[in-house]
Write a protein that binds this ligand. Structure first.
Ligand SMILES: CC(C)(COP(=O)(O)OP(=O)(O)OC[C@H]1O[C@@H](n2cnc3c(N)ncnc32)[C@H](O)[C@@H]1OP(=O)(O)O)[C@@H](O)C(=O)NCCC(=O)NCCS
Length: 180
């Protein structure tokens, strides 16, 4: 039997959980005067990338970002906290769940959730080829729920990708879509 290296056997979720905080300024606004969604998405990608790098112990690239939800506008002067954790691991991929919270930078009112997202990162080696990651160790019932929900999303992602591939092959075999 092949020996599994110690660092690949498992790593607790708390070991890589990360929060990235940033005050929104006039540079971050869209034409409506609120914060641009792309600014929030970059912070989400940055926080998730830090978690993926920490969990996998090396470089990891964004493979996909899905279900980015914006629940409320973010304004100039908001202190935004982007909280990310590894929800699930496969062989070389990790699903990172992210919650975005905002509070006024100079008020002691509680932060409210303004967004959420799920990203898949793939750990890569020096040649950019996928490499194995440690399995994620769930520590709480909430971690367990998130793991199970991530497994559902993974199943749906793969099924959707396969269904689209099948449809394209079928249409191509029928000589359709020759103009694209
Ligand atoms: C992500 C990438 C490394 C995958 O490489 P690949 O040769 O397709 O590798 P595989 O098909 O073996 O997939 C490797 C893993 O990634 C997952 N994966 C690949 N593409 C994915 C996608 N679009 N969505 C979700 N997961 C994906 C696979 O399910 C697999 O997971 P597993 O090992 O846990 O089962 C490659 O597509 C890549 O380099 N993409 C560009 C990444 C990038 O530049 N991101 C933006 C800047 S950081």
């Amino acid at each position: 039997m092949t020996e599994i290296p110690g660092e690949l056997r498992g790593k607790p979720i708390s070991a890589s959980r990360t929060t990235l905080s940033h005050i929104m300024t006039a540079n971050d606004t869209n034409l409506l005067g609120t914060v641009h969604g792309g600014v929030i998405m970059k912070l989400v990608d940055d926080a998730a990338g830090a978690v993926a790098g920490r969990h996998s112990g090396g470089p990891a690239v964004t493979a996909s970002m899905d279900e980015m939800a914006f629940l409320a506008p973010v304004r100039v002067g908001d202190l935004v906290h982007v909280k990310a954790q590894c929800n699930w691991t496969g062989r070389s991929s990790m699903e990172i769940g992210v919650r975005v919270l905002a509070e006024r930078w100079n008020e002691s009112t509680p932060a409210t959730q303004v967004g959420s997202a799920y990203l898949v990162f793939t750990a890569v080696d020096a040649e950019g080829k996928p490499r194995e990651v440690p399995q994620v160790i769930r520590e709480t019932e909430r971690d367990e729920r998130r793991y199970q929900e991530a497994q559902i999303r993974r199943t749906h992602r793969l099924a959707r990708r396969q269904a689209i591939r099948d449809l394209r092959e079928e249409r191509s075999a029928q000589g359709l879509d020759a103009d694209v």
